[in-house]
Ligand binder design. Structure first.
Ligand code: NDP
Length: 400
């Protein structure tokens, strides 16, 4: 059906690429392009004998719009799937605009030097994408992504009005290391060491990092501590779910992870302020990334499950209604299937599905859209088919 240019070849991209290769009728051709081309070539070598999808590779530095434009012109894809880092979102969107090609990503733009992620930069492209007749689909991972689609689905099928959403992200996987991050350490640590915030009655309420803690008994996992974080889908859901009064996001963290993080923070290792080291400027967080285990090495060691979903409270036919929609994913099964653990899997599968929605024309509107702005039904169906089945639970236990 079409050709996709995939930018980035890390943990999430590897899963998305495996999934595209399982879905050759839609993904007839893919070009994997990244900064380190050897990673793209290694993946091609592994996957080409197993799939009808034609795989090519290329080297690109996605910080440079001109390089991206030249690559898109050469490869002529129908769509660019951005699975590099949030820092590259705008350069890749610029290149898509210049060449008239659809765009999909999994995380919103974040300037490298401020650790502040919000949609304003990407939403500023709305009119230009509309005029060019192309689509930018923002946030097609799990959270944002599936959690946003769950919200649209709950609204469409179960509620007249949703007033409260709690997004719960539980990773009960154990990799056996005292401290490691499940995806890009730099992005992960920037996210968890930032101030928390939630949306209430039309404005943001800010908290200290990890200030708000709750305990929740997760289906198929059990009781875990979870902490309120700022998370990007809150910003778009606050606009796209009418009648919303509050949206919070909680993520589980074990004690060992938090103790290590606190210690690293206290000694300045999580800072993104450059320092001089032996006559050279380095960024402590980037140095820390270099000494931590590579997230892609965690796959074979990780046991246990993830459970990510949303609890909704709202109204149906004038009565209060509560609903929980979640997915449970098993680290070891993911590793067996695609050679990655569940955190990369739960992001890579929806990235493939988002690309499929645009390639097949199932989702079709020019402009820049967050994922909950499209019809959730075909995406929900695809989740069941492609490895992330979901459960709808009526009257769940609520988070206080
Ligand atoms: P990784 O660090 O594993 O992979 C990033 C890839 O991007 C690497 O292949 C890297 O290349 C490449 N890259 C980085 N900079 C450039 C550049 N300038 N030009 C070209 N390629 C570049 O990250 P993950 O796979 O863990 O994460 C990928 C994305 O997914 C991130 O944006 C992350 O925020 C997002 N994410 C979203 C989630 C969701 O649920 N929505 C959950 C988890 C992640 P190299 O090999 O040379 O370093």
């Amino acid at each position: 059906m079409g050709k996709v240019l995939i930018i980035g070849c890390g943990g999430v991209a590897s899963v998305a690429i495996h999934k595209c290769c399982q879905n050759s009728d839609v993904f007839e051709e893919i070009c994997i392009a990244s900064r380190t081309v050897s990673k793209c070539e290694a993946l091609k070598e592994k996957l080409q004998p197993t799939t009808k999808t034609k795989i090519t590779t290329a080297q690109v530095d996605a910080d440079h719009v001109d390089e991206l434009i030249a690559l898109i012109k050469k490869e002529q894809p129908d769509l660019v799937l951005n699975l590099a880092l949030p820092y590259q979102d705008l350069t890749i969107m610029d290149a898509c605009l210049a060449t008239g090609v659809h765009y999909v990503d999994t995380a919103n733009y974040e300037p490298e030097d401020t650790a502040k992620f919000e949609y304003k930069w990407q939403w500023a492209y709305r009119e230009r994408f509309e005029k060019a007749g192309i689509t930018a689909l923002l946030g097609s991972g799990f959270d944002p992504g599936v959690t946003s689609v769950f919200s649209a689905y709950a609204l469409k099928h179960y509620f007249d009005e949703i007033n409260y959403i709690d997004i719960l992200d539980c990773n009960a996987g154990d990799h056996g290391y005292p401290f490691a991050t499940n995806f890009n350490p730099e992005i992960n640590i920037r996210e968890v060491s930032a101030k928390g915030s939630y949306w209430e009655n039309g404005h943001w309420v800010e908290t200290e990092p990890m200030e708000i803690k709750r305990v929740y008994n997760f289906p198929e996992i059990g009781e875990k501590d979870m902490y309120l974080l700022h998370h990007e889908e809150i910003e778009s859901l606050a606009l796209n779910i009418p009648g919303i009064k509050r949206i919070r996001f909680f993520m589980t963290f074990g004690e060992s992870y938090l103790t290590h993080l606190k210690c690293l923070e206290n000694v300045g290792m999580t800072s993104i302020e450059p320092i001089m080291y032996e006559g050279k400027e380095i960024i402590p967080l980037q140095f820390l990334k270099a000494v931590l285990p590579d997230p892609s090495s965690l796959g074979p060691r990780t046991k246990g499950k993830t459970n990510i979903g949303c609890i909704f409270i709202g109204k149906k036919d004038g009565k209060e209604k509560k609903l929980y929609i979640y997915n449970v994913c098993d680290h070891e099964s993911c590793y067996k299937e695609v050679g990655s653990q569940a955190v990369a899997y739960t992001t890579g599968v929806p990235a493939m599905i988002g690309a499929m929605m645009l390639l097949t024309g199932t989702w079709k509107k020019a402009g820049v859209y967050n994922i909950e702005e499209f019809d959730p039904d075909p995406f929900m169906e695809a989740l069941n088919k492609w490895g992330l089945p979901w459960v709808v639970e009526e009257n769940p236990t609520l988070v206080d």
